[in-house]
Design a binder for this molecule. Sequence first.
Ligand code: DTR
Ligand code: ZN
Ligand code: ZN
Length: 320
Amino acid sequence: MKFSVSGRAAAVCAASTLSAVMLLTNGSTAGAAPAGAPSTAAAAPDISVANVKAHLAQLQSIATANGGNRAHGSTGYKASLDYVKAKLDAAGFTTTVQQFTSSGRTGYNLVADWPGGDANRVLMVGSHLDSVSAGPGINDNGSGSAAILETALAVSRAGYQPAKHLRFAWWGAEELGMVGSRSYVNGLSSANRSKISGYLNFDMIGSPNPGYFVYDDDPTIQNTFQDYFTGLGVSTEPETEGDGRSDHAPFKNAGVPVGGLFSGADYIKTTAQATKWGGTSGRAFDACYHSSCDKTTNISDTALDRNGDAIAYAVWKLSA
Ligand code: DTR
Ligand code: ZN
Ligand code: ZN
């Protein structure tokens, strides 16, 4: 079923396993990146932690204005998606909103393509945008959502024109079991799935008592992140307890190389970890995990800053 709404085109892609999926794009076509000082520099820009925190403040305001959360099926979730989409549309991305149904409620994924690059080699960057119903979900996962949004805006500001095609995604209903990302992967043809050269996932990257964990799934992606932290003089640990626990899982199950960063949830920081990373041993990395206190005060600026810059480093490096 096709809609044409004032310069926008909408089309239905193949029904996902959950329900018919509707696409609404902003209509700008893939092609040369918007005019700007073209940059193919290998060096990634600094990601302003102040800008990332400004996005988090917006997500907090949205939750406060919508019953205190941004959960799947809530007005707070859709308002969060509208906020992110507006920033990306203004920055020259081609955005698509995918609808799906889960637990009787409508969910949405936001997919944003940066025009240009090799359509047969797509680097994807994703985070889930939904919170649990208990609270605003600022660390889980406003932190990942805001950091990749700011990275996407940095790509636009730089007029970056990488060899690969860049695609960013904000997933719905991760807290219900990676529903949005699974719907996306299930909706891909095998040809389109094989074009994805890698998927980078960021779920909880600003934990207040942070650890520095790097997904240990794909060695090339893992080494890229480790190189960044080595340059900072920050040691990392492999992320081992998250297998299957976030939106990288559907991509990994489909054979796509995956990686990502994690700053810890309700597990307890050990003495050895506190010695190398600072913070407090014997306490959770994020004591507000899935709680009402997961607010803007529940963030380590240092972890958010370091992880945001690591995301940009990896995007520039892996898309070259
Ligand atoms: N499942 C995520 C939080 C989470 C717990 N362990 C990991 C490991 C890697 C990434 C994410 C997570 C959530 O509650 O959204
Ligand atoms: Zn969660
Ligand atoms: Zn999460």
